[in-house]
Design a protein around this ligand. Structure first.
Ligand code: PMP
Length: 511
């Protein structure tokens, strides 16, 4: 069973379970019931329970009726899809709702830039942070130049500094030195920070922030300057980039015209990116103290803290922001995936309005961004995130408990169950068969896909490994998952775990 085989079969069998498909009806389990439910699934269709969920995009299932109704209204009312340089109230409304929803937790207001995909939002954040950083240095340079001009005008340029680290040195020398260093930093590209095992997408910039997404080395192309934080210990995080600081002496003049010097640190760091729950690297929560340390790190460098909630946000973990329980706020938030309700391709960058570069949105445009179709669907998806909030927590808890039961029964096969709400991951033990041939067939790259094959062909359940940690199988059901299905999922995982624990590899390989 290779990756290709699995995908081909998926194309043959891509009719999905009704419950996962987002209707409120319970999943039909008998052939008769499936046939009766034929309207959506196709009469007599092979119904599959989808736990891949569009890699975390189908939080409201496939074709949720409220979202379909919204999409249909756009078509029935013939709302233009392409309407550049026109007023787009639906887009404005979505932006306002996003700002209010995140603001309800953080107390801030946000300016929203819409895009098309997750990576698109990441690129927009990289760009905005670059401009912010560049402008901050330019403003500082201007301040220093103004002070220097004043000193020359008042014939104080040669007088020595009255206090501070530059005491005794002529003012004009101190400020000229500062200008040289600020100018040098302005000429360098800014630095971006992300974490060990981060996943932020695969475009050039986002791909640089992403860590080891199982792509050959020569498929990585140079993006922005970058530092990776491998040690998440809070104290280490806070000081991790101290070596990147440069410092200059700046002067303030008192009423008597005396100059007082003080050290001002300059940092090349423009932004720190983090997924509050890392999805693609095997569903790992970044601990709250580490998130708080990242906040401190960003503040220390005057950089933007960016929470990439593209996969974990939108209510998937039971709170709208996965970062909410940590009580740490970011400067930028990124959303995509579930924001499009499984029907539209849309993403959003939210920037705290106090940091927003005013002309950014006018210059950062894309043909397909800001369309009414995606905006209306995304606004409806925000409503659904609210509607299903309690259900997501309840279903997530039940499902996690059932999967933990499976792990407890088969500790030889399952390492751990991780995650929150409907963003769960089950990590499997990599088996070590005696046969060299089997060891080659069942390696860390293939194991998750073999398990996915077993779950699909034997249990009609669709799962997929996480992208950069393929021994972890992701479990990302729709908010509408019927509770009766939880036992079926648990049993299917136990079956796969039993095969591995008993060394019945041939059965696992037979599909
Ligand atoms: N950020 C995170 C956290 C993601 O999980 C993903 C996709 N897995 C992305 C960014 C990139 O999104 P897209 O695939 O839409 O470019």
């Amino acid at each position: 069973v290779g990756r290709g085989d699995y995908l081909i079969r998926q194309r043959d069998e891509h009719r999905l379970d009704h419950t996962a498909a987002g209707t409120a009806t319970a999943a039909p389990t008998t052939a008769a019931a499936q046939a009766a439910a034929g309207a959506g699934a196709g009469a007599g269709a092979d119904v599959i329970l989808d736990l891949v969920g569009g890699a975390g995009s189908s939080l409201f299932g496939h074709n949720h009726p409220d979202l379909v109704a919204t999409a249909r209204r756009c078509l029935d009312e013939q709302i233009p899809f392409n309407a550049q340089i026109s007023i787009r109230p639906a887009t404005a409304h979505l932006a306002r709702r996003l700002s209010e929803t995140v603001g309800a937790t953080t107390g801030s207001r946000y300016v929203v830039t819409l895009g098309n995909t997750g990576a698109d939002a990441v690129e927009a954040a990289v760009k905005h942070a670059t401009v912010e950083h560049r402008r901050r240095l330019a403003a500082l340079q201007q301040d220093v130049e103004t002070t220097l001009r004043r000193l020359h005008r008042d014939q104080l340029a040669d007088t020595p500094c009255a206090s501070g680290p530059a005491v005794g040195r002529p003012c004009h020398l101190v400020l000229s030195e500062a200008l040289t260093r600020i100018d040098a930093m302005r000429r360098e590209d800014p630095v971006f920070v992300s974490l060990r095992n981060a996943f932020h997408g695969k475009s050039a910039g986002a791909g640089t922030l992403t860590h080891g997404a199982n792509v050959p080395g020569d498929l990585h192309v140079p993006g922005p300057r970058h530092r990776r934080l491998t040690d998440w210990t809070p104290q280490r995080v806070i000081s991790a980039l101290d070596a990147d600081f440069d410092s200059v002496c700046l002067l303030t003049l008192d009423a008597a015209g005396r100059a007082h010097s003080a050290v001002r640190r300059l940092s090349p760091v423009a932004a720190v990116f983090v997924e509050p729950i890392q999805g693609e690297s095997g569903v790992h929560e970044v601990p709250a103290p580490t998130l708080a340390a990242l906040r401190e790190l960003a503040d220390r460098h005057d950089a933007a803290l960016v929470f990439d909630e593209i996969q974990c946000g939108m209510g998937r973990t039971g709170t709208f922001l996965a970062s909410e329980p940590s009580q740490v706020s970011a400067d930028y938030y990124l959303f995509s995936k579930s924001l499009g309700g499984g029907l539209a391709k849309v993403s959003a960058l939210l920037v705290d309005e106090r940091r927003y570069v005013p002309e950014f949105g006018r210059h950062h445009t894309s043909t397909f961004a800001d369309d009414d179709f995606s905006s209306l669907i995304a606004t409806q998806a925000l409503e659904l995130a609210h509607t299903y909030r309690a259900r997501i927590t309840e279903t997530g808890d039940l499902l996690r408990r059932r999967l933990e039961q499976a792990a407890a029964r088969w500790p030889q096969a399952i390492v751990a169950v991780r995650g929150r709400g409907l963003l769960l991951g089950v990590e499997f033990v990599l088996p070590q068969p005696d046969s060299g041939l089997l060891r080659e067939a069942i390696d860390s790259e293939s194991l998750g896909y073999l398990i996915a094959g077993r779950l699909l062909h034997t249990h009609r359940i669709r799962v997929m490994p996480t992208l950069s940690a393929p021994t972890t199988v992701r479990v990302q059901p729709s908010a509408l998952l019927a509770h009766e299905e939880i036992e079926r999922i648990g049993a299917a995982f136990e079956d796969a775990a039993a095969l591995l624990a008993r060394g019945q590899y041939a059965t696992l390989l037979q599909h």
